[in-house]
Design a protein around this ligand. Structure first.
Ligand SMILES: [Zn+2]
Length: 163
């Protein structure tokens, strides 16, 4: 199905997951909407219904933690999941831990030190190595409701609350 033309964004008046009233956004298209809350970091879209194949695809490829944190939104009849935001050279934000104790992490991209180079071969090449890596060991940790801070630190955040 075509998602259609972009219509605009609006604030969701109360995130279904964390109830925040100012930081949960809906991006609206003619036949589709996506949702992202910058307080709790949960996201959804109108494909994430009970039997949708986009949702099955996500569940096949994502981490156990993402699946464990699945949240069902009664009002919209949609499933919500924690975001994994991969911005290439800007880094990556992802949830880590177990369902009882988890955090947001922001890993930046760093240069691979010369003496570690051989640990990062580029698949399919003969003796070529990555010069940059995601610094997962040095990732910064954030609380469950500090997703916005992680986004700001990565440089991925919209202006929130300055209307
Ligand atoms: Zn939320």
């Amino acid at each position: 199905m075509e998602i259609g033309k972009y219509i605009g964004e609006r604030v969701v008046s109360g995130c279904p997951v964390c109830y925040d009233k100012d930081t949960c956004f809906e991006d609206m298209y003619e036949n589709y909407s996506s949702f992202l809350c910058f307080n709790c970091g949960m996201l959804s879209n109108t494909f994430y219904t009970e039997d949708n194949k986009e949702r099955s695809k996500l569940l096949e490829t994502t981490s156990k933690l993402v699946k464990d944190l699945e949240f069902f939104d009664d009002e919209r009849q949609l499933y919500w999941y924690p975001s994994i935001i991969n911005m290439g050279k800007m880094g990556m934000i992802f949830p880590e831990g177990s369902i009882d104790k988890w955090v947001w992490k922001y890993a930046s991209v760093v240069e691979v030190p010369e003496n570690e180079k051989e640990s990062y071969p580029i698949p399919g090449t003969d003796g070529e190595f990555y010069t940059e890596k995601l610094d997962v060991e040095g990732a910064i940790e954030y609380g469950q409701y500090e997703f916005l801070q992680a986004c700001e630190d990565m440089g991925f955040a919209r202006d929130i609350g300055n209307e």
